[in-house]
Design a protein. Sequence first.
Length: 378
Amino acid sequence: MIKSEDKNKSFGSYIRKLRLQLGIGQRELAKKIGIAASFLNDIEKEKRSAPKSNIIKKISLLLKSDIDYLNDLAGFSKKTVAPDISDYIESNPKIVSLIRSIKKNELSNDQINEIEMTINKNSSKALIIAAGLGSRLKKHTENLPKCMLDFGGRTLLQRQLEVYKKCGVNDISVIRGYKKNKINYKGLKYFENTDYQNNNILNSIFYAEEVINGNIIISYSDILFEPIVVKRTLESNHDISVVVDIDWRGYYVGRKDHPISEAENVIFNSNNEVEKIGKINTGKEEVHGEFIGMIKLTNRGANIFKQHFHRLKTIYWNKPFQRAKTFQKAYLTDFIQELVDIGIKVHCVIIESGWKEIDTVEDYKKALVGFNKKFNKK
């Protein structure tokens, strides 16, 4: 959806900006799209109106831009509805009666938003980041990604899938990297992080950018969690939500291989909005909770997430970013902190336990001891 601050942007100037940021020549882009360079030049200079939806789709993929935002810009440029919407209405004329009902009943923006949220909740999806080496698990991950570790006859990844499906999340994607061929369950969408040895969680997520839309949960692959965690996460209507455990300190008692100083902690305000997130110095500041490695985005939140990622990537590639030595090595929490720093609200979904991180050999052994009691009840 076009926001008021975006209404001065044109479709042509926006795609030109994206093209230049990615270092793609006009002729090169036109060739890949399958149009004449002169036609693309006219679009960028606003001599022609925005193209049809099939061309917009190609531009979106090539310039790594959110297709909904591009369609909205195209519609605004033409002073009409977005091309993808007009195409959909033409092919589904019954939708007109629904729009007419909204008009007749004079639904408010809040009521329309509520309808949209209900629809999105019923079609929620998940993206699991499983590309990392898992080197801290030593011999256990010499030949396996850590999400393939066994827990009671099922792998850690299978345990995650069971919980998601129990909560009605059936559209699930996985980002693979290390020992990718070991992760091969049916019914999942797979994306490959081809540079997993040189990047980190944040950049890994964007190998699956095409599915980051709608109502989506993005989670680490090395966490065991109970259904209540996913249920509470799905209930959040905020654009960007992170899951925070406020009963976190006890988990670090006696935890030697992953000390409390390495926790991804969160400080939040009275509105449950993030103020600080990451490896915060626990000795100097009051920490309210621990980020468990799960984030939820609405469709608008996904647009914000993607637009700022590409903006920051252009600025900080090969340069220090937040607590990371380079943007490539940034954690998800570095990115969240940057969003907070520029004034974007990030909501905390508060939980009290109900999850475990499997990061080290020590974590794995402890989790196995208590597994039957906590995660394998019949």
